[in-house]
Each structure stands twice: as C-alpha cells, then as structure tokens.
Design a protein around this ligand. Sequence first.
Ligand code: ADP
Length: 342
Amino acid sequence: MTGLKSDERLQGNELIIEAIGDFNKEQSEENALHITMAILKRIEDDGCMIAPIQFHDNAGNPVKLNALTEEELVKLQENDDLNVSVQAVSDEQTMTDWLPVFTSYESYHKGDTTTVMVHPLAELMAIALDIGLAGVMIDPWDDYALNIPAESLASIMELAMEPGDDGDLTLIQGDITKMDIECIVNAANNTLLGGSGVDGAIHKAAGPQLLEECRTLHGCKTGEAKLTKGYNLPADYVIHTVGPIYSGTLKDESQLFDCYWNSLDLAAQNDIHAIAFPAISTGVFGYPKEEACPVAIDAVLEWLNMNDDYGMKVAFCVHNNEDYAMYRQHLDMILGEPDSER
Ligand code: ADP
C-alpha cells in the first residue's frame, strides 16, 4: 500500500481530465478513445489516483480513525498487512456501486473528508473489477465527473497488459522516398502544397502530378490525414498528415498521436497493409525528438493492438544515426528484450 500525501504521483492526471473535457464537449468515438489513451499513459507511467478507504481491526470491525493519534494513523497506513478496504459510492438511479477515484487533492476536498490513500491507478482499477463494482467514478464531485464501466475498465487493463507484438513493426534508417513499400506517410503542412524537409523530398521524387492531386484536396487539418497516389515514387500511395507545430502544451501530444492513428485508419480504409512513417513534426515543426518518439511508438502499438486481425505492417523510417538509436532504445524499452533481427 502506498503511504501518505505525495502530490508528485498525481502529476500527469490532468491529461485524463483534459481528455474527459474534450469528450464532454463532443461525445465522439475519437474523444472517448483519447480518454482510454490518457488512462493507458498514466498506467504506463505508474501514475496514481486518490481513493477513499476504511480501516478494520482483526475482527473486521471498522476502526474509528478519529480515536487514533497522528502517529498511530501513520503507522496504520504504513502497515502492508493492513485490513483496509476501499469505499464505494452508490448510484441511486441504477442501484449500482462505484469506486470513486480522484485525480487531485483539490477534487477530493470537494466532498466529505474521509481517510484516503494515493495508489497506482492500475491497481485501483483492478480492485474495482475484483470486488465486482460497476466501475470507477473519476472525480465524482466535479462537473466533468466520468463513470467508466467495468467492461471498459477490463478492456483498458487488457490493453495495458499486452505491450503489443512487434512482429509487424520495423525500424529503418534511410530516405523514405526510396522505400519500396505500399504506402509512405508525408509530414505535410496544412496547405498540402509541399514544403521543406521530408515533404519537399516526397514531392520532388513523386513528380508534379502529386502536387496536382494535392491541389484537389483543399488542405488538411492538423492531426488529420489524406490519401494520394504515389506517382513516380516506389510507393503506390502517400498519406499526407499534418503534425502539430510544437507549442509545449498538452495539445501537441494528442495531435501528434492523431497523425499516426488517423494515417493508420485511413490506410486500413483503403486496404493498405504496409506503411512507413517519418518522424512527424520533428523537423521544422520543432517537436523535440525525445518527446515525439514515444508518442509515435505508443500510437502505432495501440493501433496495432486494437486492429490485430487487420494485418498491417508498419515501419518507422528515420533519417539519421541518432534518431535510429533513440527509436531503437524506446522500442526495446517498451517491447522488452532487444532482438538483433529487428
Ligand atoms: P515537420 O514539418 O513535420 O517537422 P520535417 O520534414 O521538417 O517535418 O521533418 C520531419 C522528420 O523527417 C525529421 O526528423 C527529418 O529528419 C526527417 N526527414 C527529412 N527528410 C527525410 C527523408 N527523405 N526520409 C525520411 N525522413 C526524413
């Protein structure tokens, strides 16, 4: 059991609140997915939430905490074999019990004072499932409160436990315009009319017909993706996606994630089964490579996990040695033991 107040372990929960906020504004499937991704990220980071608890004596009777001294309370909370149970809240309408979890002390203090613990989110979710609760309630006393039903918790836990099969994922160092693969992804800008970096290289290699087709697409929003043919490229198709111009806000990450996710969705909609990505946004758009790399890998692995019956092969095509080493390190860290074949 995790001990007393430590706000550090709660940092990062604002990602979840932000995703819930977006979902409340627009209840789309995509925004629901963002909540799942934010929760998965917190699980990956070993992030914690606050949960109300109740102590029991050896006979199973609740211990009145106000009868204890501060010292006794600390001792109690540090005791691993403690008789402790989480406290559920009832939803009167559906007659179901939920585990309330709080993303911050601020949200927790909006309700009645109870004894609480700061505990890993994954374990709290597992407890809710184990004791047959209807699910967890995130920040029940806030306007944005959200109930996550047990079945969604179970699938989130499943995703968190399976770090993805990398059989369909390769890392290549080179020039993406030379890749003989069904589809390459272009890190384009909103106009889709060409630019510098990988965008310029792709247009140059594909020839003027690519620009002609791009003109008919009327641009592309950040995070979205559009498909063209490959023309003089070895690749049959190009998916043009627009990465975020790095701003240092939480939005960068979700937009970068969307680029990979929406490109893969678009590829699947067009029966494409092999695709190569450059390191989107990490050139003139200024996204720090160390930060962009795990977002790219996470997005692709999650997509492959969620679409494991589709049969998509994904390659990351990086341009230089340092980027290759960085991707290799992150992939090994996420996927486990290094494999010289990869
Ligand atoms: P953005 O505008 O999205 O930042 P850039 O093209 O400036 O896009 O850079 C994105 C990444 O693509 C950079 O990491 C850069 O090193 C890489 N890159 C540039 N040219 C190529 C190429 N021909 N093949 C693969 N990657 C490339």
